[in-house]
Structure formats: structure tokens, C-alpha cells
Design a protein around this ligand. Structure first.
Ligand code: AMP
Ligand code: GLY
Length: 419
């Protein structure tokens, strides 16, 4: 079986790593991949967003299954384009992926169906939004409608700060067309968790929970990033709450998507806040999280390829999925300057110095002759495993500290206190 994974980050390395363990023994391709995926299969030099080139390559290379793992190709309709040519693709269609690519649509979907989420208002004009901010409760949250690689959310403590955020999005157009519309929403409080489910259009199979650290620096300060590390499971979520989340949020969302004419096949990702009034949806994403995939897939006791195939056949319940009770913790090594601008091309040292039981997933790396060099903001993640989160944490930190490159940084407080 020949499988193409679309994407080039740590998540795609983790998916490739898990697929490589399948008893089917697939031949793996990753587009565009990184230095880590090159060791598991063949990297294909096509950007994840170049849908025409991807479709042509899949058709010309006898690919049996394409896994679209990244948000932007899903938003561009990669799955629709592949299916239109008779190819097999795992992931939501463009219409189903709207749950992530339009925050306005997603919030209105949640409101229409009484799914628990923060109160909100939507604006298309800067001045109307500014007048609304005159009377809005503080703190207040502003988000552009479209995709921003996790970097577009402003949690504002003061009206001035909120106006600055509004101008960045709508006047300066810092996020381009993603900021044509803006969501202004109530600020939620409470621990945050990432919840995932495989979905086959009708059924769901929940995945293990995880916690992600989005802020760049220690103490949860600094700009939002794609995620600087995390751990799995989130041991503080009680079984009743988890049951509510699986049935009333995840399963219900899949049923509602089908009911609205957008059957959902793929991974549904609920970013939730556990408030005093119960779980609230911060947002939906339509794929595995990064770095959550790197924390969760090592705990998956099932053949991931079989899960993908069952989901596409509408037969998820046929595949038994269990979870390794051992915990994972991962720490991201990032380029100095990320999530702002940063240099690339720095050689990485220490990649061979890791413990045998540690996992290393590459993200922004590439092979340059005999060297592996940096090629992105988040460069790699070291994942430790242990009987519990503190033990996994100790292993993750002992390993990440052995890998170096100029201006590298990582957070020192991942999983220090389980949030
Ligand atoms: P997002 O890009 O929507 O995942 O948001 C990034 C981060 O901003 C989330 O992980 C939250 O920590 C924070 N955030 C987003 N929306 C809210 C909200 N309504 N209230 C409080 N924090 C939020
Ligand atoms: N970890 C956040 C994301 O994948 O969107």
C-alpha cells in the first residue's frame, strides 16, 4: 500500500511514524516532509498547499491513500480535489473543514445548535466593531475569521489593547483576507484541554486527551504560537466531564454536520476550556493538533492505517482502539524569534545523543548534505514517556537539553504544573 501524507511538520512526522508501524507495511511518501520523515519514506517536493500539483502527483504515482493532515490544504479543498479524480483521501471536505477555516461560520454553527461556547458578536467593519468595544466587558477576545496558524487570537485586558488588536486585524490587515471579518467574544477562564475524535461521517472514536502550551515563553507569557509542548493524558478531567464532551460535543457535532449536509470524515479537534459552568468550546479544528499528535499517537494501540480506512468506509466501530496508560510529555525546540521572524539553515547538534526510549519528531528541519539544518520556527519536539506525566516530563527535558543550534529556545515549564 502506498500512502501519501500531506504536510511537513511534527504532526506529519508522527503520523508517518505511526503508519510505518502498521502490519500492512505501507510505502510512505510525505509532501513536503522534513528531515525526520525522509528517514521513514520519501519526501515529495510539493508544497502542502499546491493542490493541483499534489493531485497530479497522486495520480501519477499509484497512491492508494492520501492523508491530508494540515489545515490549509483541507481549507483549499484537497480532499474534494482528490476524490473528484477517484482518489482515496482521509480528511474532511472543504465544506466540512469550514468548522476550522471560518471562525464566524463555526461560532454561528455552535450558536444555532446550542453547543457550549463563548458568547460572541461578528463584525465586517472596523468602526462598528470599535463602537461595540466601547461597551464590551473586559477582558475581551478578538479573532480574525480565517486561518492564522494559531497566531491570530488577541486576549485583551483593556479597551486600548482591544482597539489596537482591532486595527491590526482590520486596518493594517496583518492577517490579510482572514481579517475581512472579526469575531469578538467573551473571555473564558479555566484549564484548557485538547480533545480529538476520529469520525467516519456518523460514528466517532475518541482519542486520548492532551494539553498544549500555546504561549511562547515560560509562565504562559508572550505571543501565541502553534504550540510549544504539552502532555497526554490530561489527568485532571473527570470521567463524567469527558463523557459529556465525547457525547454532547464531539458526537453531536458530527451528527449535526451530517444533518446540515456536510458529513464529516477525518479527525475532529475540540479545543475546550473547563469553566466553572462546564466545558466550553474555544474552537474546532479539523485535523490532529501539532504538537498533540506527537503526544497522542505514541499512546495509540491500534493500526492507524486501519483506522483511516475504517473511517473512510463509514465503519469506525469495526476497529478497536485502546490507549497505552503510560503518559507522554513533549517539549518543542524553536528558532530564536519564533513566532515572529527567525533565521534558518543552522546545523543541529546532538540528534544522536538521545535515550533509546525517547521519541524525536522533526518539524522545521531539512537535510543539507550530511547535516540536518533548521528550516522553520518550531524545529523539533522531544517526547518522553513514563508511568505518569511528571516522569514523562523528566525524560522529555533530559533529552531536549542535548540538542542544540544557534539561538534555539524552549519552554522550561511544560507540564510543570498540570494546568
Ligand atoms: P485559538 O487560536 O482559537 O486556538 O486561540 C488561541 C488561544 O487563545 C487559546 O488556546 C486560548 O488560550 C486563547 N483563547 C481563545 N479564545 C479564548 C476565549 N474566548 N477566552 C479565553 N481565551 C481564549
Ligand atoms: N496545537 C494547536 C494546533 O494544532 O492548532
Amino acid at each position: 500500500m502506498r500512502i501519501l501524507i500531506v504536510g511537513g511538520g511534527g504532526r506529519e512526522h508522527a503520523i508517518a511514524w505511526k503508519c510505518a508501524q502498521s502490519p500492512i507495511q505501507p510505502t510512505l511518501f510525505v509532501a513536503p516532509g522534513n528531515a525526520g520523515t525522509a528517514a521513514l519514506g520519501e519526501n515529495v517536493p510539493i508544497a502542502a498547499t499546491d493542490i493541483d500539483a499534489l493531485v497530479a502527483w497522486v495520480q501519477g504515482n499509484a497512491i492508494d491513500l492520501t492523508v491530508v493532515a494540515q489545515d490549509d490544504p483541507l481549507a483549499l479543498g484537497a480532499v474534494d480535489a482528490l476524490q473528484a479524480c477517484g482518489q482515496t483521501a482521509f480528511g474532511p471536505t472543504r465544506a466540512a473543514a469550514k468548522l476550522e477555516w471560518s471562525k464566524v461560520w463555526a461560532k454561528e454553527f455552535m450558536r444555532r445548535h446550542g453547543l457550549p461556547t463563548a458568547d460572541f458578536a461578528v463584525f465586517e467593519e472596523r468602526d462598528a466593531a470599535a463602537s461595540y468595544l466601547d461597551h464590551a466587558p473586559l477582558p475581551i477576545v478578538l479573532k480574525p475569521d480565517g486561518l492564522t496558524a494559531g497566531k491570530g487570537v488577541f486576549v485583551c485586558a483593556s479597551r486600548d489593547e482591544a482597539l489596537q488588536a482591532l486595527d491590526a486585524i482590520m486596518a493594517d490587515r496583518a492577517y490579510g483576507a482572514a481579517g475581512d471579518r472579526i469575531v469578538i467574544e467573551e473571555c473564558l477562564r479555566g484549564p484548557e484541554i485538547s480533545v480529538f475524535a476520529f469520525a467516519d461521517g456518523t460514528h466517532i472514536t475518541p482519542l486520548a486527551t492532551a494539553c498544549d502550551y500555546k504561549r511562547a515563553y515560560d509562565g504562559d507569557v508572550g505571543p501565541n504560537t502553534g504550540g510549544m509542548g504539552g502532555y497526554s493524558p490530561a489527568p485532571f478531567v473527570d470521567p463524567e466531564t469527558l463523557d459529556f464532551i465525547h457525547h454532547e460535543i464531539m458526537e453531536r457535532t458530527i451528527a449535526l454536520m451530517a444533518q446540515e449536509g456536510h458529513p464529516y470524515v477525518g479527525v475532529l479537534y475540540g479545543q475546550l476550556m473547563l469553566t466553572n459552568d462546564g466545558p466550553r468550546i474555544v474552537e474546532f479544528n479539523v485535523r490532529l493538533g501539532d504538537p498533540e499528535a506527537q503526544l497522542i499517537l505514541p499512546r495509540l494501540q491500534a493500526d492507524l492505517v486501519a483506522v483511516f480506512r475504517a473511517a473512510m468506509a463509514g465503519r469506525l466501530p469495526d476497529v478497536d482502539v485502546t490507549w497505552d496508560p503510560a503518559a507522554t510529555c513533549g517539549v518543542v525546540l524553536a528558532s530564536g524569534g519564533y513566532p515572529g521572524s527567525y533565521a534558518t539553515g543552522h546545523p543541529l547538534a546532538g540528534l544522536d545523543a538521545l535515550d533509546d526510549d525517547a521519541l524525536l519528531f522533526h518539524a522545521g528541519t531539512e537535510q543539507d548534505g550530511n547535516e540536518v539544518v533548521t528550516a522553520g520556527g518550531r524545529v523539533l519536539i522531544a517526547v518522553g514517556r513514563g508511568a505518569n506525566v511528571p516522569e514523562a516530563r523528566r525524560r522529555a527535558y533530559s533529552n531536549i537539553a542535548r540538542i542544540t543550534f544557534p539561538n534555539a529556545y524552549f519552554r522550561h515549564d511544560i507540564a510543570q504544573r498540570e494546568v
